[in-house]
Design a protein around this ligand. Structure first.
Ligand code: PEP
Length: 259
């Protein structure tokens, strides 16, 4: 299980320090292999690294640029995240796709950059509401997955194996993000199964033995987490709003540890 907390452009400095302080004290169940990761805004990287250095919780970035360095005002590279002590990066989040015009091709480049820097990418895919209303959610989301992994598909077999061993996917229906509307358990299960089959069709024998983990994201909270995380093809959750509420986030982590 992986529980990832996406803080987005939240919280303020004081609240971030309080969250990090509490996360640094998190004591995982010794029998659990659950990974807990928080994704603070870049201005808190150094604080996160200090607070979490000797804790069970890791941290990552919410985005990175596809180039290693250069004249890209306002951007940060995967290498910079790594140098600051981060080990993960969220890529292709629907807010990046929607508000910053990120395409699958760009996300594909970012995935390669992240992997080259030694970061674990969480690739987000998911359909907008109108696509689901038209019944095209499977083809839409699977096409996003395929195109966002286009450059991984072009790697040599050995490089592809290494890349896929680091990759995590998050299925996040756009209409469920930050809305309080959660996809039904049936829909989550069906979508995750479809994505697993697509990964099999795309990468077959190059996939890690346990497969690539697929997280669900979209209004996950401490009330619905047990049912969602209990679904067989769900390997964890990408949590937005509830990751800022310490008690709720820690409850979700404890639920995940039991799965
Ligand atoms: C997200 O930001 O990826 C997300 C799933 O947000 P929320 O949990 O608030 O829906």
């Amino acid at each position: 299980m992986i529980i990832a907390g996406n803080w987005k452009m939240n919280p303020d400095h004081q609240a971030a320090a309080a969250l990090l302080d509490a996360l640094s004290a998190y004591t995982p169940d010794p029998n659990s292999t659950c990974k807990i990761v928080c994704f603070p805004p870049a201005c808190y990287f150094s604080m996160a690294n200090q607070a979490l250095a000797s804790s069970a919780v890791s941290w990552g970035a919410q985005n990175c640029h596809q180039e290693a360095s250069g004249a890209f005002t306002g951007e940060i590279s995967s290498q910079m995240i790594k140098e600051q002590g981060g080990s993960w990066v969220i890529l292709g989040h629907s807010e990046r796709r929607q508000y910053f015009a990120e395409t699958d091709a760009l996300v594909s480049q970012k995935i390669v950059a992240a992997l080259q820097s030694g970061l674990k990418p969480i690739l987000c895919v998911g359909e907008p509401e109108e696509v689901r209303n038209n019944g095209h959610q499977d083809s839409f989301t699977q096409s996003q997955l395929e195109k966002s992994l286009d450059l991984v598909a072009q790697m040599t077999p050995d490089a592809q194996k290494t890349a896929l061993a680091q990759l995590v996917i998050a299925y996040e229906p756009v209409w469920a993000i930050g809305t309080g509307k959660v996809a039904s358990l049936q829909d989550i299960e069906a979508m995750h199964q479809g994505l697993l089959q697509k990964m099999d069709a795309l990468f077959g024998a190059h996939l890690p033995e346990a497969g690539v983990p697929i997280l669900y994201g979209g209004s996950v909270n401490d009330t619905n987490a047990a049912d969602i995380l209990g679904l067989k093809p769900v390997s964890g959750a990408l949590v937005g709003g509830a990751s800022l509420k310490l008690d709720a986030f820690l409850s979700i982590c404890r639920i995940a540890e039991e799965e």
